[in-house]
Design a protein around this ligand. Structure first.
Ligand SMILES: [Zn+2]
Length: 468
């Protein structure tokens, strides 16, 4: 039986969840829900979680007068709550402070060390504390980290253990080129291949002065570089969750494009060195602006998932995010237009057709029905991450049904129940089909629609979406 295992990145606990985290997690959720329908619940595994080690977490904890563990224990549930509020259906919430994760990572590194893939050396370079990483020439813009332009990178020199990344470049490249490891979209694939072609250097995978981390098993004066052990969470999750061992390798790792290099080059190389299987695909979506501006704390436009849910409901928020622009591209979340879109597409568009139809069905025996199978077009779009396009298709169908409704004018047939029923049936079937297609995107709405329109006695219910 085909299995589907999808991961989001695990989010760093020095920050609280914002709409950027939600965007990636929501996309993974839509895919997990779709594949559960296609393959059965037991054949799908969806894991998200938090990345809890490293100097940055220790610093944040100290500022709050907490131990790093206490601090992580406080922030991880904030993410879990955000996912609950937005109806994210992950099967497991992975935390890198899990004792099994630590043990498994240590075992893998020891194996890599014994095989000669890790050696001791001296690292000297510019380090961005904000990113928790040494910066390469390519990373920097005007000598600074592009993500932290206000933070001067610091010169750092220390004894480190190095991973022989350079020995694996050709293999990783070949796997990407052959499609054994899919890197998408195409632009990201070209970028990764180009960078490998320029030649890659070995990377430091341990830290000397960072106490908050997983100890290097053969040298306890060092901890594993937080990025390296975090990457392994995708694998360790399948060992930690009971009965999920055969879900490795995963089918998809989703992320924003800023971390594609870690995932599309370093991670596969680590797996090759550890003699583990590689993910099937890596998809890196673009960045978005908010009302045309970069999201930043200083601009005060960082949006928490809960804020969107408070205004638009979980399904409303999910619809607005994924219908905003084509997944994969860079785009803009025009928050100032969200309310208009919500009113026109959800309260008026979908909501209105649902209530008009249900009202006319009242008192009729409509007979029961089930949704049609998913069309090839729908499946194809879903499996190629074309979320906005799927929603556009669904709203085009709604518009068709609306047109049919206005053309047949069933409300004029009230005196002839049989004729009325006949006129309503195509709309009712259409709504049942739409409910099935909407399930991955708007699970609560889809459930209501499906309940309401598959039954023989269709009655009016409370409006799904109230106008704002
Ligand atoms: Zn940085």
């Amino acid at each position: 039986m085909q299995k589907y295992y999808v991961n989001t990145p695990i989010y760093y606990v020095n920050d609280v969840p914002h709409v950027g985290h939600l965007y990636t997690t929501l996309a993974a959720d839509v895919l997990a829900r779709y594949y559960r329908i296609k393959l059965g619940h037991e054949n799908v595994l969806f894991v998200t979680g938090t990345d809890e080690h490293g100097a940055k977490v220790a610093q944040a904890a100290a500022q709050h007068n907490k131990t790093p563990q206490e601090y992580a224990d406080e922030v991880a549930p904030v993410f879990q709550k955000a996912w609950e509020a937005t109806n994210i259906s992950h099967d497991y919430f992975m935390r890198t402070t899990h004792h099994e994760h630590k043990k498994i990572v240590q075992g893998i590194l020891q194996k890599m060390y014994d095989a000669g893939h890790i050696y001791k050396g001296v690292y000297e370079g510019l380090y961005c504390v904000g990113c928790e990483k040494f910066l390469t020439e390519q990373d920097m813009v005007n000598g600074k980290c592009p993500l932290h332009p206000n933070q001067e990178p610091i010169q750092q020199k220390e004894d480190n253990y190095f991973f022989k990344l350079s020995s694996f470049g050709a293999q990783v490249k070949a796997k990407i080129e052959s499609g054994e490891l899919e890197v998408q979209p195409q632009s990201r694939r070209n970028e990764v291949l180009g960078r490998i072609e320029q030649g890659i250097e070995d990377i430091s995978i341990s830290r000397q002065g960072v106490a908050w981390g997983i100890q290097i098993p053969w040298d306890t004066s060092q901890t594993v570089y937080v990025w390296v052990e975090a990457l392994f969470n995708y694998y360790t999750a399948t060992k930690i969750i009971p009965g999920k061992e055969d879900f490795w390798p995963n089918q998809l790792q989703l992320m924003a494009k800023d971390i594609v290099w870690f995932h599309a080059c370093i991670w596969p190389a680590l797996l090759l060195a550890a003699e583990l299987k590689l993910p099937k695909a890596i998809f890196a979506h673009g960045f978005f602006t908010i009302n045309g501006q970069k999201m930043s704390k200083s601009l005060g436009n960082v949006i928490a998932p809960q804020e969107l849910v408070d205004t638009y409901g979980a399904d409303g928020a999910r619809y607005l995010l994924l219908s905003a622009y084509t997944f994969g591209n860079d785009g803009d979340l025009a928050l100032d237009k969200f309310t208009d879109t919500y009113n026109s597409d959800l309260a008026n568009g979908l909501g209105n057709l649902v209530s008009r139809t249900a009202k006319l069905c009242e008192g009729l025996n409509m007979g029961e029905r089930t949704p049609l199978e998913f069309s090839e077009k729908y499946k194809n779009r879903m499996e190629h991450y074309e979320f906005k396009e799927v929603l556009d298709d669904i709203w085009a169908k709604l518009a068709e049904l609306d047109k049919y409704f206005n053309h047949t004018m069933p409300w004029k047939l009230k005196d002839s129940p049989e004729a009325l029923k006949e006129a309503l049936l195509p709309v009712v079937q259409g709504l049942v089909d739409i409910a099935a297609e909407l399930e991955p995107f708007m699970p609560q709405t889809a459930e209501k629609m499906s309940k309401q329109f598959t039954s023989a006695a269709i009655g009016a219910v409370e409006p799904y979406f109230t106008r704002i």
